[in-house]
Design a protein around this ligand. Structure first.
Ligand code: ZN
Ligand code: ZN
Length: 229
């Protein structure tokens, strides 16, 4: 797996992979569809960089190139190995890559379904982010809540969303936010402050025993009947 150094990198990678998935690559030896894999790490000193983080590889064990390669390498180099056919995405370059065994690339196959799920989540985040501009006039809590509850969303956008909680003044935000675990403690603090402000605006408080919303003036909880401190 390539090392990811940040969010923008992750976004670019996702876009790149999704673009590659549109490409059809077929092995000329066995006519099998090539599999998108993470390129193996190479030492810069080798001068063997692939120029791509991804490679399309024929992983068919019955592929004639792979099947015949064992004997060829044994005779030519005197060690165990064979060849896998590969192409570089977005280019016409093709290679026969030497591999030490059958499993050489099975661990680096790109998880296409996971990438698609990530992309779907990312599109939803973008949609929610775009809706932030109009959610006050639309009286729409949904995009704000979506972003606050999505731990994978951009923290900068989530901080924008938290600012809208008090102006929206919607009590419906309290339960889902209270039930969420925030990884970012400063965001959690802002959420808690916003909830307090919304409760105050509605002359309400949370019962410390049963967590139901009750009148700020109450001395006994109408839900659990406990005396309030
Ligand atoms: Zn093949
Ligand atoms: Zn109570």
């Amino acid at each position: 797996m390539p090392v990811l150094s940040g969010r923008s990198n992750k976004k670019t990678m996702l876009a790149t992979v999704l673009q590659y998935l549109e490409e059809e690559h077929t092995c000329p030896h066995c006519k099998t569809k090539l599999t998108l894999c993470h390129a193996p790490p190479v030492h810069v000193g080798d001068g063997l960089g692939w120029g791509s983080e991804y490679l399309f590889i024929c992983l068919n064990d019955d592929c004639s190139l792979f099947a015949k390669g064992w004997e060829y390498i044994e005779n030519q180099y005197g060690h165990v190995g064979s060849y896998r056919y590969m192409e570089i995405p977005g280019s016409k370059e093709t290679y026969n890559m030497m591999v030490a065994g059958r499993g050489a690339f099975t661990g680096s196959i790109v998880d296409v379904e996971a990438m698609k799920r990530q992309n779907k989540r990312y599109q939803q985040e973008k949609k929610a982010e775009a809706a932030l501009d109009t959610c006050l006039e639309d009286n729409n809590l949904e995009p704000v809540l979506f972003l606050l509850l999505d731990e994978a969303a951009d923290i900068r956008v989530r901080k924008e969303a938290v600012e809208l909680l008090v102006p929206l003044n919607d009590l419906d935000c309290i339960e889902p936010l209270r039930n969420h675990t925030f990884r970012d403690t400063s965001l959690e603090q802002e959420v808690n402050m916003a909830i307090s402000a919304i409760l105050t605006k509605h002359f309400l408080k949370e019962c410390p025993f049963c967590a139901e919303l009750i009148k700020a003036r109450a001395t006994v909880c109408k839900h659990c009947r406990k005396e309030l401190p």
